[in-house]
Design a protein around this ligand. Structure first.
Ligand SMILES: Cc1cc2nc3c(=O)[nH]c(=O)nc-3n(C[C@H](O)[C@H](O)[C@H](O)COP(=O)(O)OP(=O)(O)OC[C@H]3O[C@@H](n4cnc5c(N)ncnc54)[C@H](O)[C@@H]3O)c2cc1C
Length: 415
């Protein structure tokens, strides 16, 4: 096949598909509705804090091989930074207790046997039920597979699942939680190193991808929103962008890498996830205090994770739907009081911004997970990509990039 491949959506799914196909010298055009690439993973200049910030903190783990390969392809591998070993400092906001989880590198979980490395207040025996999460029965929620109580659950399992699946842990799909546990905890500390785009998501993941595509002559058309798709004889025949209609010829193909609700509005009869969960981020313009770790887990607070960047502390709260309607000033104040108490910084509220992504991810319940379509469609030249397609992972950067790679591979082998 040698026609033009139209990729609709310049989020990470669309960009990774474009990079893979452009690397194989395929003719690619990317169409993005907005004026910026990156979708839900982007940086922008924010006047309230007077600096460029990310829409939300994004954590990758060293297990995210597709994301790391993507970064290597676009020449940005060194822009993701993290500690040499898997360490996760935590603080309990209520009690003030602090500890650091230290996973050992290999697959055998020696850290579980070491009181100074494992979760304080737990015994080796407490970890055994976690094995049930390795191969859970199909279609079950986490709360149906393990007991959602106890110290280990509160201090390790719950924060891990809430962060990775962006859902209240008991409701989360056990299959998706299992995928995370198998690819990270069960794979050993080498797979669990936390990695952060220290200079920002845009500089790390998006701009280098756009620069790479430019060198390959790939046309990336911003503010070019797909409005309708025309079908005939089992194939897409035209893409309608409002003012412009592009007819597909011969072996042209389309990768639709838009969010699920947009895909469903463009392609009749598509089954997609229909429920979502929010993520709330608060950004404060302030120098992190000396010794502040790049990521700090917080239990028993509104705040869940504190990320430290140069000149800024940014806070993440997953499954944040309960905070969507809170007045912004009240939320900023509440969050800052917790952060000030944890970090020892002054209680005076610094310049701040709250970013609430209402549809940050699809709701990772068993029922919604079952609605995720595969990449192939009944239209022979139309392939789907996106973190919401059936990747086997929750909605993550890794899932989005794997879906983009898969879509590119399918298109490359179309007859
Ligand atoms: C606040 C927040 C925090 C997150 N934290 C993490 C994290 O810590 N770790 C992690 O791995 N993941 C995290 N995620 C999830 C991650 O951001 C997503 O999984 C990933 O970015 C999804 O990429 P995507 O390409 O599938 O979709 P999107 O990023 O949604 O991209 C879709 C693109 O399609 C475009 N589009 C829509 N309609 C049209 C149209 N009609 N025509 C043309 N273009 C169109 C959109 O503008 C967008 O650019 C987080 C997400 C959010 C919101």
């Amino acid at each position: 096949m040698s026609g033009t491949i139209h990729i609709v959506g310049a989020g990470l799914a669309g960009l990774s598909a474009a990079v893979r196909l452009a690397s194989a010298a395929r003719s690619v055009v990317v169409h993005e509705a907005t004026a910026f690439a990156g979708g839900r993973c982007r940086s922008y200049y924010d006047a309230a804090v007077g600096m460029t910030i990310d829409n939300g903190n994004h954590l990758l783990l060293s297990a995210n091989h597709a994301a790391l390969d993507f970064l290597a392809s676009i020449g940005a591998a060194e822009r993701l930074v993290g500690p040499p070993s898997a360490q996760f400092p935590f603080v309990d906001y209520k009690s003030g207790a602090r500890w650091t989880l230290r996973f050992n590198d290999g697959r055998v979980p020696f850290w579980v046997f070491d009181r100074s490395r494992r979760v304080p207040g737990t015994r080796v025996f407490d970890y055994l039920p976690l094995a049930r999460l390795l191969f859970p029965p199909a279609g079950k929620a986490v709360g149906e597979v393990i007991a959602c109580e106890g110290v280990l659950y509160r201090r390790l399992v719950e924060p891990l699942i809430v962060a990775a699946l962006n859902i209240e842990a008991p409701q989360g799909s056990a299959e998706l939680a299992s995928a995370i546990v198998r690819e990270t905890l069960a794979a050993g500390g080498r797979a669990c190193r936390p990695l952060i785009a220290r200079e920002g998501l845009g500089t790390t993941l998006i701009e280098p991808a756009l620069a790479f595509l430019k060198t390959r002559g790939t046309d990336v058309r911003m503010e070019h929103q797909l409005r309708a798709v025309q079908f005939s004889d089992g194939a897409v025949t035209a893409l309608d962008f409002g003012g412009e209609k592009i007819a597909l010829v011969d072996d042209d193909a389309v990768i639709l890498a838009v969010p699920p609700y947009i895909a469903a509005s463009l392609v009749e009869g598509l089954t997609v996830p229909t429920e979502f969960r929010a993520i709330v981020n608060a950004h404060f313009r302030i120098d992190p205090p000396p010794g502040q770790p790049p990521i700090l887990g917080v239990l028993n607070g509104t705040v869940e994770w504190i990320f430290a960047f140069p000149g800024r502390l940014s806070i993440t709260i997953s499954a944040g739907d309960r905070l969507i309607d809170s007045p912004r000033e009240v939320l900023a104040q509440t969050i800052w009081e917790e952060v000030a108490s944890i970090t020892g910084l002054p209680v005076t509220l610094p310049h701040w911004q709250i970013v609430r992504e209402r549809r940050a991810t699809f709701a990772a319940t068993p029922a919604q997970n079952a609605k995720r379509p595969g990449a192939m469609t009944r239209w022979r030249n139309l392939v789907l990509a996106g973190d919401w397609t059936q990747t086997g992972l929750p909605a993550t950067i890794e899932g989005a990039i794997r879906s983009g790679n898969r879509a590119a591979d399918i298109v490359a082998t179309l007859p």
